[in-house]
Design a protein around this ligand. Structure first.
Ligand SMILES: Cc1cc2nc3c(=O)[nH]c(=O)nc-3n(C[C@H](O)[C@H](O)[C@H](O)COP(=O)(O)O)c2cc1C
Length: 306
């Protein structure tokens, strides 16, 4: 058995496979299930200052991928603070794994929410999905999180129209401790030909692409980011097997995040992917996952130590 443990920003993950924010981590009960399902750490669905509206339909499996119009948590933050984070924290403690709390979006919203997360959060992940292409709102959001709470802050990159190397450097300069890459791509579109309508309904017919079709795009982002900043990276996008995860780790990711594969196959998928990484490492004569991290990286262009 290879050693799958990973230490990231002072947190010890029992293996590198964790959830990415999505419906399968939408409350405490689901997070308990993820811990039981063998995840290396927990990460909860993005919350914002209000509950998100839920357009219907908001998810569809398409050939080679998945599209969705789901927003942030449909539970109000008060509910997370009153109940869900307690359950998640207990599940994390019982499994001996960290809990990362995802929060969005603007600096004002984060300044309001982040201080309240102190009793539960080992780290925060900031979603930048609705912040646009200008790096300033992301920089302000990092600043707001860093001043509100004394825990590591990871920034999740939304790849929409952004140049990843520049965005990663801006995040690092603003004080981010780590980077998650990536969120879903889009807008994307899929058609239900039997009904002659878009999968995601009339008004909300555009969605965001995730799942296998996303993997080469997100992997490229991770590979780019790892070449310019020396921050831990959570690689996210289209991971559904140990081999997918290994590609990300060889491209420089310390951890991998999984969402769509868990929607499709259930929250037991985390332990399965971790077991496949283990088998692969054994078969190839590696004794730990750390031995393959960044293996595929060329000489770093401009590593921004600090
Ligand atoms: C239904 C659905 C809901 C999602 N909700 C969130 C969210 O609340 N916050 C966030 O940062 N990312 C969210 N994502 C994006 C995922 O966390 C992930 O970045 C993306 O789907 C790519 O990974 P995957 O291919 O493993 O799904 C969501 C994705 C899906 C499919």
């Amino acid at each position: 058995m290879a050693n799958l443990e990973v230490e990231v920003l002072g947190m010890r993950f029992r293996n590198p496979v964790i959830p990415a924010a999505g419906p399968n981590v939408r409350d405490g009960e689901r997070l308990e299930e993820v811990a039981r399902g063998g995840a290396g750490g927990l990460l909860s669905k993005t919350i914002s200052v209000d509950a998100a509206p839920v357009p219907m339909p908001h998810m569809a499996a398409i050939k080679g991928g998945f599209i969705n119009t789901e927003l942030w948590s449909e539970l109000p933050p008060e509910r997370w603070l009153a109940k869900e984070y307690d359950i998640a924290r207990r599940a994390a403690d019982e499994a001996g794994i960290p809990l990362i709390i995802s929060v969005g979006y603007t600096a004002q919203e984060i300044a309001q929410l982040a201080p309240k997360l102190k009793p539960w959060a080992d780290a925060l992940e900031l979603s930048t999905h609705y912040l646009g292409e200008d790096p300033r709102p992301m920089i302000e959001a990092i600043d707001a999180a860093k001043s509100a709470l004394d825990v590591p802050v990871l920034v999740k990159m939304s790849p929409l129209g952004r140049e990843m190397k520049a965005a990663a450097l801006a995040a690092k300069d603003a004080g981010a401790d780590g980077i998650s890459a990536t969120n879903s791509f889009g807008p994307a579109f899929g058609m239900n030909i039997e009904k002659g309508v878009p999968w995601l309904g009339g008004k909300n017919s555009y969605g965001w692409l995730s799942g296998p079709a996303l993997k080469p795009l997100s992997l490229r982002c991770v590979y780019d980011i790892a070449q310019v900043v020396d921050l831990p990276i959570i690689g996210v996008g289209g991971i559904s097997s140990g081999k997918d995860a290994i590609e990300y780790i060889m491209a420089g990711a310390s951890l991998v995040g999984v969402c769509t594969a868990a929607i499709m196959r259930g929250n037991g998928v985390y332990g399965k992917i971790a077991a496949e990484i283990d088998e692969w490492l054994d078969r190839h004569g590696y004794s730990s996952v750390e031995e393959i991290r960044g293996l595929a990286l060329p000489e770093r262009e401009e590593v921004n130590h600090g």
